[in-house]
Design a protein around this ligand. Structure first.
Ligand code: ADP
Length: 404
């Protein structure tokens, strides 16, 4: 459908990208990911023929774009850029009708076909009900849908969008992304969209284009990217961030500043919320006994926690129990996250009871009843204050030496 062969892109004497080879087919939704100023916009504009390649070729349906006239290109490629339309008195219908310019006569009067295509474009992005509204009255999310409808009214084979969801709220983001994905399938359009929302892109795109260091790499699926280069490229986000290939998520590690250390008895995903909360509040994390492969295991490791783990689907051994108890005693507070208990992790309940007896103050989060716990809560919002209290208690009223 659309492709590039040995393409170099940039401005005048400045080359931004080189050696670009890619091909995107009908019905594919491809996300373009890369840091700021890496060249995403440059790539998209060059593919859309808004920017002349420094060298190499862009082709559409097997034809070199340089051989096509502007009107022909406009019938093949619809473009939605970040530059906003000036506030206009035009109605939504009229704005979308502007997309018919590659087809209309010099007087720009709309034929029956033109009107039908405008209505179809409005329906395809789900904004028929806005047709008579003035464009300037709309929300950002609605405006973005209008711009997509305008590009669709061109009946393009390729839809190119630069950061189509960047300024939208989370709900509108998901709506627009799912709309683009649906359009790619229903209309058989090749959709190429740059996104800053890496985690969303990994979940919704058919394929990924990564722009980084002057180069462009095309991956056949988000999974391929994650398995091959994701961790390395996404670790490069800097600071205290870490990327999990298993969870396809980007996490923020707590700073290693010698703050209080909290022991969490978790498992089966029951710890995830508490781990992220502790990291956000800047606490250091120890946890166990977790089975390898448990979602809690991945998350706690990613957050830089000290993880006492057991082999997957093996009962928890006495050694691991001892190790966990000893680690817990070195912590200033403990939390039991009421994990589901079965034959392979029943030791964790006993571990919690032992911590309540001889370890730091224990808080129960969830519905478990552990004798000797200082508190039990269901509401996660109540945890930070309880942890604060437990830490005061642990430091002043129950010094570790006495408890041992
Ligand atoms: P991204 O979309 O990934 O943020 P861009 O494609 O906008 O990156 O920019 C890539 C590089 O090209 C940047 O270094 C930017 O400064 C440069 N650049 C962008 N537009 C122009 C221009 N019109 N003239 C010269 N350089 C430009």
């Amino acid at each position: 459908m659309i492709g590039a062969v040995n393409l170099s892109a940039g401005y005048g004497g400045t080359q931004v990208l080189s050696g670009v080879n890619l091909s995107v087919g009908a019905g594919e939704f491809v996300a373009v990911i890369g840091p700021n100023a890496s060249g995403k916009t440059t790539l998209l504009k060059t593919l859309a023929s808004l920017l002349k390649p420094l060298s190499g070729v862009v082709y559409l349906d097997g034809t070199m774009v340089s051989k096509l006239r502007a009107r022909q290109i406009a019938r093949l490629i619809g473009v939605v850029l970040t530059e906003q339309l000036r506030p206009t008195q035009l109605t939504v219908f009229e704005v979308v009708a502007l997309g018919r310019y590659p087809y209309t006569n010099p007087l720009n009067t709309l034929s029956e076909t033109d009107s039908r295509e405008v209505l179809r474009a409005l329906a395809d992005v789900g904004i028929e009900h806005l047709a008579a509204r003035r464009f300037y009255e709309l929300s950002d999310g609605q405006r973005q849908k209008v711009m997509i409808a305008r590009a669709l009214a061109q009946e393009p084979r390729v839809l190119i969008l630069d950061e189509p969801v960047t300024y939208l709220d989370p709900r509108a983001r998901v709506e627009v992304l799912l709309t683009l994905k649906r359009l790619s399938k229903e209309r058989g359009v090749a959709v190429i969209a740059s996104l800053h929302e890496v985690e969303l892109a990994l979940r919704v795109a058919d394929r990924l284009i990564i722009v980084s260091g002057g180069r462009v790499a095309l991956y056949d699926s988000p999974e391929e990217f994650v398995a091959r280069d994701g961790p390395e490229l996404l670790y490069g986000l800097g600071g205290e961030t870490a990327f999990s290939p298993e969870l396809m998520s980007i996490e923020f590690r707590p700073p290693n500043n010698g703050g209080p250390r909290i022991f969490v008895v978790a498992g089966g995903g029951s710890g995830s919320l508490v781990y992220r909360m502790l990291a956000r509040l800047g606490y250091r994390l120890s946890t166990g006994v977790l089975h390898a492969g448990d979602i809690d295991y991945y998350l706690a490791s990613l957050l830089g926690g000290r993880v006492i783990s057991e082999k997957a689907f093996h009962p928890i051994s006495p050694e691991k129990m001892q190790q966990a108890l000893s680690e817990a005693r070195d912590c200033q507070a403990a939390i039991y996250t009421s994990p589901p208990i079965g034959p392979l992790n029943s030791e964790n309940r006993i571990l919690a009871e032992e911590i309540a007896r001889q370890g730091p103050p224990l808080i129960v989060f969830g519905n478990a009843v552990i004798e000797g716990a200082i508190a039990r809560v269901d509401d996660p919002a109540a945890l930070p204050e309880l942890i604060g209290r437990a830490l005061e208690d642990g430091l002043e009223a129950r010094p570790a030496a006495v408890r041992r």
